[in-house]
Design a protein around this ligand. Sequence first.
Ligand code: DP6
Length: 364
Amino acid sequence: MTLDYRNAHLLLDSSSIQEGSVTWRSPSNLALIKYWGKHGQQLPRNPSISITLQEAYTLTRLSFRRREGVPSSAISLHLQFNGHPEPAFAERMSRFLDTLTEIFPFLRQLELDLDTVNSFPHSSGIASSASAMSALALCLCTLEQRFFGTLENREDFLRKASYIARLGSGSACRSVYPVIAAWGRHGSLDGSSDEYAIPAAHLAHPSFHTLRNTILIVSSKSKAVSSSAGHTLMDQHPYASVRYAQASQRLGQLLPVLRQGDWESFGQIVEDEALTLHALMMASRPSFVLMQPQSLSLIARIRQFRKETGHPVCFSLDAGPNLHVLYPEAASAPVEAFLREQCLPLCEQGAFIADRAGQGPSEE
Ligand code: DP6
């Protein structure tokens, strides 16, 4: 059954509109099984599962006031990013809001101001669209609840926020849930859907709830290929169908591993996935090599350290050169000493971000 959130009744009595604002803090996430390839209206070609981060987040305040005159079909939006106007981002957000007017018709009755701040540097290898789009989706659902009282139930609220976030950026739909979230239909995941993510923290051993994720910054330059362009590469990819089947299969393998707290198998699956994502990009037309020499050196050092010490540490990668190093809290002292001594010297000016599995979004 597909969800249809269009609702022509969500219109305000113009004379009663007061000005106000809503603020959400929403985190980014790191995919363990990657979403890479989409179709239709932001629907994934395969299921994915991710760790919700804690320290890497977007703080978004959406302010509103009555819009004078007859509302045109376009949304009225002013945007500030990190305290400055940011025309390209404003354009993307406006376009996105314009696509939502059948779901939230009241948006056309308002003058909107969006103030958004990221806790992490731009292009640090952290998916900023995931935190930004989920924060915005949560603000929109809060407005709906405040104006009409239609999203009282927490589960319904988060499901709709996840659905809306997905329309803004696929991976964003996973950011609305704490610790671990899964998106995309999968036979072993009850209630899973291509249209929204579901919470999955309860499926994981407690040791994954305190997972550490240290991000080693190899390069802070902008990505050579945007995620959207990357997904398009999959449309004509010679390995596409095998890849989609593999992602489902790996998700099926990962679920018992998460449940049992089996960090060794976890590392194997997560590294296979990260390298598969890059292999797919290398084998695309056009082809992209997004790792840097330092990325490969870091991978070699992590694997060597694991082999010598037996500590359960592994890495993941997004569509860029920076490494996400994952390990249990219990191993943080030796792993972080190793990262400091052997890995940070290979990073861009020793840059890293210390993150961990997080508690999900919060209304501020
Ligand atoms: C490699 O969610 O950024 O991070 O839906 O086009 O906005 P759009 O793409 P996006 O893609 C994320 C790709 C990835 C893997 C993942 O997060 O699952």
